[in-house]
Design a protein around this ligand. Structure first.
Ligand code: GRF
Length: 201
């Protein structure tokens, strides 16, 4: 399967995907990395011809930016579009364009702690457990169908940085496992719901 990756930052999740492909654990190829931050470390993890970046502020409007982003993604003919630390909210237009093919990794046990600062949110809420979710992207933020989650304990004395590190360690295998399932063709989306082997979950 062909995977396009959107990333704004360091790209450790992208690296986990690249490593799984290189190790023969994921039958896929990364066909492009797309960033809203031209200096994102994530871009450097793939060869130059696979990189695309543009600053949203250089466009007349958000929809102009997302049109250009969507056109660049579409040009790589991806089967799946993975948001891995892409730190912008995507508008309904681009979400609709890739409906059912766009997934996101979010560092919380959705539906708990949507949005930003999820690790601090979990600590402030006194949660005993925290984790990460891979879900379908819909126009509503962090609200699409959850494909899978992975959990970690919240330990006494944790601060957001320590907890983020514990979560990141389980994000990488979670993401690879989800992509293995998606690339196997067994999991698909129908009207916003997930189907495994043709059966609605
Ligand atoms: C991860 O925690 C991801 O879940 C969140 O942003 C972080 C990105 O990390 N959305 P990286 O850029 O993949 O290293």
């Amino acid at each position: 399967a062909r995977i396009a990756v959107l990333a704004s930052g360091r790209g450790s999740n992208l690296q986990a995907v690249l490593d799984a492909i290189a190790a023969g654990r994921l039958d896929a190829q990364v066909v492009g990395v797309f960033s809203d931050k031209p200096d994102a470390a994530a871009l450097q993890r793939v060869a130059a011809p696979l990189r695309w970046s543009a600053r949203p502020r250089d466009f007349a409007s958000r929809s102009d930016y997302e049109q250009a982003l969507g056109d660049a993604i579409a040009a790589t003919a991806p089967d799946w579009i993975l948001c891995a630390g892409y730190m912008r909210i995507l508008g309904a237009g681009i979400v609709q364009r890739f409906a059912g093919r766009m997934i996101n990794i979010h560092p919380s046990l959705l539906p708990r702690h949507k949005g930003l600062h999820t690790h601090q949110q979990a600590i402030d809420a006194g949660d005993a457990e925290h984790g990460a979710s891979v879900h379908l992207v819909t126009a509503e933020l962090d609200a699409g169908a959850v494909i899978a989650q992975s959990r970690v304990p919240v330990l006494p004395g944790d601060d957001a940085a320590v907890l983020a590190e514990r979560v990141l360690a389980i994000e990488h295998p979670l993401l690879v496992a989800c992509l293995q399932l998606l690339c196997s063709g067994r999991l698909a989306e129908q009207d916003g719901k997930l189907q495994l082997d043709g059966h609605t979950l």
